[in-house]
Design a protein around this ligand. Sequence first.
Ligand code: FES
Length: 159
Amino acid sequence: MAPLNALTPDQLAQADAVVAEHRGTPGSLITVLRLCQDIAGYFPPELVERIARGMNLPVAKVYGVVSFYSLFSLEPKGRHQIRVCTGTACYVRGVREVLDRVERRFGVKAGGTCGSGRFSLEPVRCLGACGLAPVMVVDRDVHGGVTPDSACEILEGYE
Ligand code: FES
């Protein structure tokens, strides 16, 4: 039986094509990782090893880069990414209560993904929209002035 969250043959073939296109191009690892994450959504060990082999790099180096940049993830992500700003302006305007309520309502812990795979929740530093505090971003949609109630209502719209 395939392991949970295993990549499909199609995803692996696409990742191989990305690696083949950039192999031998100096400084292309970040580009390869970005494109491979778009394909797979995250970096399971089999993908990290495949990229390392294909790029002729040590596996530890690829792991090092993936873990260094917050843009890359070693964990599977939910269908929707919730980012909640915990910067000062959002904090003083009650974002802690928003986070607590979202965690309880959707069964997702900050920094994690809910069991159904619907949401990943990530607290982040100032999003640069302090005038809208408290701010929650769902995928690419910015929601300002959220309250515990309105945040949950907004999230109900994302299946
Ligand atoms: S502190 Fe939240 S957007 Fe700046």
